[in-house]
Design a protein around this ligand. Sequence first.
Ligand SMILES: NC(=O)C1=CN([C@@H]2O[C@H](COP(=O)(O)OP(=O)(O)OC[C@H]3O[C@@H](n4cnc5c(N)ncnc54)[C@H](OP(=O)(O)O)[C@@H]3O)[C@@H](O)[C@H]2O)C=CC1
Ligand SMILES: N[C@@H](CC=O)C(=O)O
Ligand code: NA
Length: 431
Amino acid sequence: MGIKLGILGLGTVGTGTVQLLQDNVGRHSLLQLVEIHRVGVKSLDKPRDVTLAKSVITTDLESIVNDPEVDIVVELIGGLEPARELILKAIQNGKHVVTANKAVISRFGAEIFTLANRQGVYVMLEAAVGGGIPVIQPLKQSLSVNRIHTVTGIVNGTTNYILTRMQTEGSSFDAVLADAQKLGYAEADPTADVDGWDAADKISILASLAFGGRINREEVSCEGIRQISKTDITYANNLGFVIKLLAIAKKVSPTDCTLSVRVHPTLVPKTHPLANINGVYNAILVEGEPLGQVMFFGPGAGAGATASAVSSDILNLVARLQTGQISAPLDPLLGCSHQDYCQIAPQSELTARFYTRFLTLDQPGVIGKLGTSFGKHGVSLESIVQTGFQDKLAEIVVVTHDVKEGDFKQALEEIRTFEAIDSIPSSLRVL
Ligand SMILES: NC(=O)C1=CN([C@@H]2O[C@H](COP(=O)(O)OP(=O)(O)OC[C@H]3O[C@@H](n4cnc5c(N)ncnc54)[C@H](OP(=O)(O)O)[C@@H]3O)[C@@H](O)[C@H]2O)C=CC1
Ligand SMILES: N[C@@H](CC=O)C(=O)O
Ligand code: NA
């Protein structure tokens, strides 16, 4: 029995997936059952890196999700609409879905999985987080016997590639972003990468699986890497850190199920396991009881790596379809059946260490004033040093101990009003 796929999208990931499925020798033998029945694209005239019969390709994506012959719809067009609507129609029509679309799943997961559970179909999403790294299935299965307390990840390949090259080659942000786009790592609109939204989508999905509840994507706080300058990378390096865009989901306290879920550039100690994850590589560090720490590492974006994850989901479904193991109720280790929302703590209540760089007039007493203001707001400092001059302005770098974010922000607001303060070019958290 052949299993018929309707693939929506033939861009970076769609092309990689078709290539993998067409070149199936030496891979799992069940892949030989897969038939690429229909492929949906936007433009029929675009040159393609794969050969498919003309009759297979169409611009009518609705006809694919409505095609009674299609068993599995593989959504690889990205974006919110029409991806959401097509996924819902496919489910409504009783088709299983494989998607790489973290933007849709993190925002519309409740709607999608509620319908999928009602229709008795699976929605698989291994490619949506960490590209080729198997992390969704391990969280659903092997790790789910643990009480997880923290998930910390480098989950965006584009920004890790940019930060790595800025760090190692001193390259400019714009030039490296253009390279990441050429390599097929970046989203169609790279703002989603650079401003941290893509990482926020991914940590919402990981948090939901790790902590067993739905996550309201709107409550995930998110800062991107636009403000990161070569100056900060150099100072961080001198202080023993590298700068990484981290996505973090953690229990606020061991006794409370409230979570902190956020994305921000972070100074990571060079000795930390995540400090050496470079280029397009991603890593996800999961900490729980009784397991301790486990880290998943691998290529986080790109055609081949992501196709591997997409095809592993297809394989999982093919195995079940072929052995007749798909019928309601769904296997709880393969489906998603969370009902309740996790409580997310407000950012101001959380504690963190901060690195902050000030440009000030070169006057006596400035460091004293900064120290007094921080002290007044209960912000304890680990170090405060004048590091040099930029033009005629003195540059002062402060590193705090763990402080309440709200208190730290209030201190910064006060300091900003001081006459001697020219600007605060950067303020970053320290892991
Ligand atoms: N690139 C990567 O490394 C990774 C991407 N992902 C996710 O995979 C998904 C696909 O990404 P990627 O392959 O990079 O995207 P691309 O932009 O390279 O490809 C998108 C494909 O979808 C088609 N398409 C888009 N909109 C429509 C529409 N409205 N109607 C018909 N066809 C449409 C395009 O058609 P046409 O070719 O005719 O323009 C194109 O073939 C996204 O959700 C992304 O977040 C996940 C992990 C890694
Ligand atoms: N744009 C994303 C692609 C994979 O999800 C990234 O850079 O990580
Ligand atoms: Na993955």
